[in-house]
Design a protein around this ligand. Structure first.
Ligand code: ATP
Ligand code: MG
Length: 364
């Protein structure tokens, strides 16, 4: 996948810009608060239909302006595609994919992108939601049907939780739960099945990279943690969810929330059999996250036939020389990459890629 051109109008601190990219490494250099991350954010938004740092689209529109737009021209399987997103204050966004209207929930899977930012270094020690999002983003881009199943599941979950609260307050009857539980169990099983399959592939890919970075001294494995139960023991996921949801019903009514389902699951990363969350050193976590990100790129390549674009926000300064060169070695000539950096010390100018100087919303 190759982004050829990005056009922004009234997006964040950009009034009107047009940038043509190289197929290899694009480096955005500039002082703080000039607009480097804003460019990555525009590319990420084009891929995921949302920002990686805000859930309110309004923040993306240049102050005092009524609307913003992002347009990307990109090659996918050697075909040129265009994606145009218009953000209008207090209205739904409008998306045109190759000039045809596209519902916002269908944008995922058109332009594929993987973002690696310093927050990802929390992947191992941070909250389970981070790990679920990591996995869901990867599967969704390779398999847009999964993304829609996930949106449906989350909608059902919200509705079931509302109902649970009503039952708790005596405003609805418990019988009303049956149809929801039926649907929820089926949907939970589909999502979990896909996640289990993906984790199998991911653990293999991540371990290959991890062994390379550690000189074969360490083995990384990723396991899926299914609501506190051992995943291998569950053959009939749908039946299992039916049982579990039924067992938890009383408690769910009391708490007003659903305690069983893929929204509560987690990933466990281990090195040489030891859980990294508890025992991983800083360096081991960084190596682990880097291996996982590289595995993510390969996962999408193996599922879709093409590497996604890679967005690296300020990570070069977070990685040591060895890990940095492992990363650059992998992406060179393979993955179109967009890197932000406050200074150029990690890139000997001219050799690595194309430099763009970012100065308060201008690009040269
Ligand atoms: P750093 O090196 O600190 O990460 P950066 O170059 O990545 O900096 P960005 O996050 O891309 O910085 O841009 C931040 C700039 O964009 C800030 O100056 C901020 O005031 C401005 N900005 C953010 N949102 C808007 C908006 N809606 N309208 C106008 N300007 C905005
Ligand atoms: Mg930034």
């Amino acid at each position: 996948m190759r982004v050829k051109r990005l056009t922004l109008r009234n997006f964040r601190n950009y009034v009107n810009i047009n940038i043509d990219f190289t197929a290899n490494i694009n480096i955005f250099v500039g002082l703080n608060a000039q607009g480097k991350t804003n460019l990555l954010e525009a590319l990420y938004f084009s891929a995921m239909g949302r920002s990686h740092r805000t859930s309110t689209d309004l923040e993306l529109i240049r102050w005092d302006q009524p609307a913003a737009s992002i347009e990307v021209i990109f090659d996918r399987q050697d075909m040129e595609n265009s994606l145009k997103i218009k953000l209008i204050a207090n209205q739904n966004k409008e998306i045109l994919y190759n000039s045809h209207p596209l519902p916002a929930r269908e944008i995922v899977g058109s332009l594929n992108a993987i973002l690696f930012s310093p927050e990802d270094l929390l992947l191992i020690k941070g909250a389970p939601a981070l790990r679920r999002r990591f996995l869901d983003n990867e599967i969704s881009q390779a398999n847009p049907v999964y993304y829609r199943q996930l949106l449906n599941y989350n909608r059902m979950l919200g509705q079931r939780n509302n109902l649970l609260k009503k039952i708790r307050e005596g405003k609805a009857s418990t019988d009303l739960l049956h149809p929801w539980d039926e649907q929820l169990a089926g949907s939970a099983a589909n999502i979990t099945k896909k996640r289990l399959e993906s984790v199998k592939k991911l653990t293999m890919l991540a371990n290959l990279h991890h062994r390379k970075i550690t000189g074969s001294r360490e083995n990384l494995s990723v396991a899926y943690f299914l609501n506190g139960s051992n995943q291998d023991k569950v053959d009939d996921l749908s039946g299992w969810y039916h049982e579990q949801i039924k067992c938890q019903r009383k408690q769910d009514i009391m708490s007003g929330s659903t305690s069983i389902g893929p929204h509560r699951d987690d990933l466990i990363f281990s090195v040489n059999g030891k859980n990294m969350r508890n025992f991983g050193s800083q360096g081991q976590q960084r190596t682990g996250v880097l291996a996982l990100k590289l595995a993510e790129l390969e996962f999408i390549k193996s599922e879709t036939g093409e590497y996604p674009i890679l967005l690296l926000d300020d990570v070069m300064s977070e990685l040591d020389a060895g890990r940095r060169s492992e990363l650059l070695l992998f992406i060179r000539e393979r993955v179109q990459t967009f890197i932000t950096a406050a200074d150029e010390q990690y890139f000997s100018e001219g050799k690595l890629g194309k430099f763009y100087r970012i100065l308060s919303g201008t690009v040269t």
